[in-house]
Every structure is written in structure tokens, then in C-alpha cells.
Design a protein around this ligand. Structure first.
Ligand SMILES: [Zn+2]
Ligand SMILES: [Zn+2]
Length: 338
């Protein structure tokens, strides 16, 4: 069908992004499978998980994979079994790509825990390219109110931050601590604030502390200082296991710490009396369900959640990853082809 070629980034050999784990290649525009959409990429957010895929914190699932799972694009082709999508429709492509739909977890609505789940930009080629594909049942319709570039980070950073917020069990009007304040946290904070929470941000990055205060956080402090009041819930966004006991100690009795990352360095030993007693809880967050995604995208439009974005042309993808790793920007980076 399509013999045309496209530009795409490929993880040729996992390693530090200061080297060259990614190479820009030409490959044929992909053929959508029978239940898939071919998507022309208009914008693709740069997620920390892409860094883990490039550097080897996550094992290789597909040799030479094209990363990228925060894709806003338009339908450029459809497989034979697809209905309900037309050429030119705007869609979002996210991390969760497929589940088996039949296991015990899928059956009870926890498809994020499906043992046979597949992920965009890890098991299949993602959006660091001019075109990508997505199974139609896993494509998101995007609210009109959201423009292409600011919508891109919502598709992983936003959805995961939202699931982490719900997993944290934050009560209405509660006190929330956010440890780390990058792409995911700054979107999560906007939802929490819109729902009446008091938000305290703890990050060593000064630019991000400023962004936190601009968005309405009650405080933004460096790691050395605890938040100004006990927390009902906290979310750890930084991939730093050493912050687990730090965040647990900041919780009030009965508080919950949610761990939002897909990768975390080792957690040091916990002290039962100060870190866990009084019914404090630690909960991990694993991907998201499509229901989380749809609920978050609707709320993002309603609450006016806005991603702070920094555009990079597609051919500067490695630079965007290096800048992410070094903490050189606040908010999120977005790759724009052409
Ligand atoms: Zn399943
Ligand atoms: Zn992601």
C-alpha cells in the first residue's frame, strides 16, 4: 500500500543519552494492522520512560524500537477491521497499547495489570517518527479545547499523574505533597488544585519550584526542608528510592504515599515507628486503564489543565532527552516533526 519512507528515531544500543543510543533512520511508513490506525504524528511528548528505554533502565522489548508514547496526530490510514474513525480524525496515542481483554485483571477492570499488556514505544514503535500506528480501541479522542502540542504530555505524564493522584487517596480539600515536579507532577498539581487541595511541592530544581508557585502551590521547597504541614497524601514522581522514607515521614497519621514512576532506585531500609506505623501506606502505580485516560482528558479540558511545553524539532530528539535528564527545562518537552 504505502511504499513511502519516513524519518524515525531508533534505539540502536541502549546506553547513556550523553552518547548515541538513538539513531535517526529512514524506514517505510508502517502498515496499520487489521484493527489499527495509521497516525501522522503532529506532536510527541518526551517522557522519562523514553529515557529509561534509551538508557537501559527498562530491558529491550523490541530491537531498534522507536520510542514515544505521547502522540497527538491525525488518522492517515485504517486497517480493514477498523470502524468509527475517518481519515483526518485527531487522535491521541498513549503508553498502554494492548491488553488481552480476557485475564482476571482485565475482567475486573484492572487492565493496567494485564500480564499480556503491550506498550507503545517499548513493545511497538512509537511517536519519535513522522508516522506511527495504534490499535483503534486504544486510541483516544481528544477534546477540542486542547491544542496539539500542549495535549501531547497529557497522554502519559498527565494520565499517570492523574492515576497517581487517585491512588494516593487524597481526600477533598486535603494536603498533598509532590516530590519531584516535572511533566507529570505539574499536570497532577493542576487537577488537585482544581479539586480544592492544598499542594506542597518538594524538588531540588529551582525553576520547577517557581513553576509550582505560579500554578498555585502553597509552598515549594528544596529537599532539605520538610513541607510546612503534615500531608494527607504524597506522590513520589522523582525516580529516587531514597525519597521514600523522606516522604513517609512527612505524612500525617493514615496518610498514603503513591509511587508514580515505572522505575525507582532502591528504597533504603524503612524505620517502622517513624515511616510506617500509624497506618501509613505505600502504593505503587502501574500504567493506567483506558477509563483513567478518558476521565483525565475530560477533566483536563474542564479544569483548563495546561502543560508547560518546550518544543524541539523531531530531528533534535536526543537533545530533548539529554535536557530532560539534566533537568534543563520545567514542564515537558514535545517533539514536532517537520
Ligand atoms: Zn488481561
Ligand atoms: Zn510516559
Amino acid at each position: 500500500m504505502t511504499a513511502a519512507a519516513m524519518r524515525a528515531w531508533s534505539v540502536v544500543e541502549q546506553g547513556p543519552v550523553e552518547g548515541e543510543p538513538l539513531k535517526e533512520i529512514e524506514r517505510p511508513v508502517p502498515e496499520p494492522g487489521p484493527d489499527e490506525l495509521l497516525v501522522r504524528v503532529r506532536a510527541c511528548g518526551v517522557c522519562r520512560t523514553d529515557l529509561h528505554v534509551a538508557e537501559g533502565d527498562l530491558p529491550v522489548h523490541r530491537a531498534g524500537v522507536t520510542p514515544g508514547h505521547e502522540v497527538v496526530g491525525e488518522v492517515a490510514g485504517t486497517g480493514a477491521q477498523v470502524f468509527g474513525f475517518a481519515l483526518g480524525d485527531r487522535v491521541g496515542v498513549a503508553w498502554l497499547r494492548r491488553t488481552d481483554g480476557v485475564c482476571a485483571y482485565c475482567a475486573r477492570g484492572d487492565e493496567n495489570l494485564c500480564p499480556r499488556s503491550r506498550y507503545t514505544g517499548w513493545d511497538a514503535d512509537g511517536g519519535y517518527a513522522e508516522y506511527t500506528t495504534v490499535p483503534a480501541p486504544f486510541a483516544y479522542r481528544l477534546p477540542e479545547a486542547l491544542d496539539d502540542v500542549p495535549a501531547a504530555p497529557l497522554l502519559c505524564a498527565g494520565i499517570i499523574g492523574f492515576r497517581a493522584l487517585r491512588r494516593s487517596g487524597l481526600p477533598r480539600g486535603g494536603r498533598l505533597g509532590l516530590y519531584g515536579f516535572g511533566g507529570s507532577a505539574h499536570l497532577c498539581a493542576q487537577v488537585a488544585l482544581a479539586e480544592g487541595a492544598t499542594v506542597h511541592v518538594i524538588t531540588r530544581d529551582e525553576v520547577s519550584r517557581r513553576l509550582a508557585l505560579e500554578l498555585g502551590a502553597a509552598s515549594a521547597r528544596d529537599l532539605a526542608e520538610p513541607p510546612p504541614e503534615p500531608l494527607d497524601a504524597a506522590i513520589l514522581f522523582a525516580p529516587a528510592g531514597e525519597l521514600v522514607p523522606v516522604a513517609l515521614r512527612a505524612l500525617d497519621r493514615g496518610g498514603v504515599l503513591a509511587l508514580a514512576g515505572i522505575h525507582l532506585t532502591d528504597v533504603p531500609p524503612l524505620h517502622y515507628e517513624t515511616d510506617l506505623f500509624y497506618e501509613k501506606e505505600v502504593r505503587s502505580v502501574t500504567a493506567n486503564t483506558r477509563a483513567d485516560g478518558r476521565e483525565f482528558l475530560a477533566l483536563a479540558a474542564r479544569y483548563g489543565v495546561r502543560a508547560t511545553t518546550h518544543r524541539y524539532p523531531l530531528d533534535r530528539a536526543p537533545e530533548a532527552l539529554r535536557d530532560l535528564k539534566a533537568g534543563r527545562f520545567d514542564g515537558a518537552a514535545v517533539l514536532v516533526p517537520g
